[in-house]
Design a protein around this ligand. Structure first.
Ligand code: FAD
Length: 535
């Protein structure tokens, strides 16, 4: 197969025209092109007068060597690299019990899938409920304010990303990313996530995807247990021997993958008490900011705003303050809503989510400032958790103690005065907001950097500092405040215990957490042979 990059088509041109371009570019006739598929599609909006889709295409031609020989010096025409996922060779150490995976987020689910595909019949233990019951629990919380601390936006089947925008962009360069996207497509995600430059699924489709992946694992001999919170580990001579579920049941295991996410504070504490090596880690905190989606479309696409082939526009902004801290936008959700994402009682946490159609009126994004272990109240490995909790509880009180979130208009925030009502933008936060002064629920240095960053972002994205834009707080779960240390074999200081994903501090986002889950599954597979396999 031949890979051809840089095929540019104006957004009004039909995708069918790719074929004509291919023939012209490769200098071949129609009957010499056997087949072609899009490998990647990105948007080039740098020129005011026209927006382009830029395609990378894989083509099967009848005389590949001859065609390639004509383009030896052309770096845009090359042999398509092999991107197929290759399973590792299984190790020799015997297993008496199936591997256990704690958590069914992207890291746990993909660790489970790979191990199931390799014949290890893993057992996944998930504290929350299956996605259908979980959806009910989350909706009930948003409606009534009754939080289920075991089953919420952070906990349950599919992990933290289930109620999300389902953005699948990642900064990591790893061939396993393609395996993740291919499995998601097989499980019901739209095929375009494979080639889109900014792939996204949406919470509505993601819920089906995670359920189908779980059923695939079960079909391969794995098992997933919901309502199964791991409350302890059995350790002997610094080696894991099993796990304790719901303070009662003991399940033996020699290999345990810890894919618990960044919000399992009780589990972090349990790990600390058992002597697992944990270190505090920098993360970011701030607010969600909402603008009219139309304003973002106009700022990004000008006269092409609203073009049906472009979809709602996104943005990504960053600012480096002379104070040494950075502010940046994160996890932007075009046409989405701000969600109540708490997992602990008496605390308010914001995040963002959208459906596949991304057709809500507001765009929202996290607007965050970096915080480091030096900001935490002590040097304790879990001090970052205490730090998060303090500001989440402040936001809860400031919101009125009913899980409403404190909110403020950007105009008032910049003028350092409280807001008493919202303006032209209706807040989308699922539990409702209390208009107030957000600085009361943020550290002073975070407030200060946000006040510098917003006018700077206005220069980059017209309308960002709109006086009516709405800020809702607090966003504290941008990434894990803790790292669970692991060695080159991806094992913690306790033998047989393998930290994975975002909670362990080795990933951020759905795809990178899934990829890390795969890496850790590979480490387990390279060490142990599947159950029942003779040497
Ligand atoms: P998690 O997904 O957090 O999964 C951990 C799982 O472990 C949970 O299901 C939890 O219930 C379970 N667990 C924890 N402790 C125990 C225990 N003791 N026993 C049993 N089970 C346990 N990322 C993106 O890339 N794109 C997005 O659009 C996006 N949007 C997001 C929107 C929201 C609202 C949220 C909350 C997050 C979003 N993220 C997004 C981040 C993304 O979801 C995470 O990076 C990702 O889910 C991390 O995967 P993980 O498997 O490491 O952990």
């Amino acid at each position: 197969m031949i890979r051809i990059s840089g095929i540019k088509l104006a957004i009004d041109r039909a995708e069918l025209e790719i074929k004509e371009r291919l023939l012209a570019r490769l200098k071949i006739r129609d009957n010499e092109l056997v087949d072609y598929s899009i490998f990647k599609r990105s948007i080039d909006a740098r020129r005011r007068e026209q927006i382009f889709f830029v395609y990378t295409v894989d083509a099967v031609v009848s005389n590949e060597q001859k065609v390639l020989s004509r383009f030896k010096e052309d770096k845009d025409i090359v042999v398509t690299p092999n991107l197929e996922y290759e399973y590792v060779v299984a190790g020799l150490a015997p297993l008496e019990n199936r591997p256990i995976i704690i958590g069914s987020g992207p890291a746990g689910l993909f660790a489970g899938l790979i191990l199931a595909q390799m014949g290890y019949m893993p057992l996944i233990l998930e504290r929350g409920e299956d996605v259908d019951k979980r959806t009910e629990a989350v909706k009930n919380f948003w409606r009534t304010g009754k939080l289920n601390p075991q089953c919420n936006v952070q906990f349950g089947e599919g992990g933290a990303g289930t109620f999300s925008d389902g953005k699948l962009t990642t900064l990591i360069r790893d061939l396993r990313c393609r395996k993740v996207l291919e499995e998601m497509v097989e499980a019901g995600a739209p095929e375009e996530i494979i080639y889109s430059h900014k792939p996204h699924v949406g919470t509505d489709i993601l819920r089906t995807v995670v359920k189908n992946i779980r059923q695939k694992i079960e079909g391969l001999g794995g098992e997933v247990r919901f309502g199964a919170r791991v409350t302890g580990l059995e350790i002997n001579s610094n080696r894991v021997m099993g796990v304790i579920v719901n303070d009662s049941d003991r399940i033996p295991a020699e290999a345990v993958i810890l894919a618990i996410g960044h919000s399992a504070r009780d589990t972090f504490q349990m790990l600390y008490d058992l002597g697992t090596k944990l270190t505090p880690k920098a993360f970011s905190m701030g607010v969600r900011i909402e603008h009219p989606q139309q304003l973002i479309d106009l700022a990004q696409y000008k006269q092409f705003a609203g073009h049906p082939r472009l979809g709602p526009a996104e943005y990504k902004l960053s600012y480096h303050s002379p104070s040494g801290r950075s502010a940046y936008t994160f996890c932007m959700c075009p046409g989405g809503v701000v969600v109540a994402a708490a997992s602990e009682e008496g605390a308010v946490v914001t995040n963002g989510m959208s459906e596949h159609a991304r057709n809500e009126a507001n765009a929202n994004s996290a607007l965050l400032v970096s915080v480091t272990p030096g900001d935490f109240p002590s040097k304790h490995p879990l001090a970052g958790v205490d730090f998060q909790r303090k500001w989440e509880q402040r936001a809860f009180q400031l919101g009125g103690g009913t899980y409403q979130a404190p909110a403020q208009l950007v105009g008032d925030f910049l003028k350092n005065r409280p807001s008493s009502s919202w303006g032209s933008i209706t807040p989308s936060y699922s539990r409702g907001v209390t208009m107030t002064d957000l600085k009361l629920s943020l550290p002073d240095y975070v407030t200060a950097v946000l006040r510098e960053a917003i006018p700077y972002f206005e220069q980059k994205l017209k309308g960002f500092a709109l006086a009516d834009a709405l800020m809702t707080g607090v966003e504290t779960r941008s990434s894990s405040p803790v790292r669970i240390e692991r060695n080159d074999q991806r094992e913690s200081n306790i033998a047989g215990l393998y930290p994975a994903g975002e909670g362990a501090g080795y990933a951020g986002g759905i795809v990178s957490a899934a990829v890390d889950g795969i890496r850790v599954a590979e480490a387990v597979a390279q060490r142990f042979k599947p159950l029942g396999v003779e040497s």
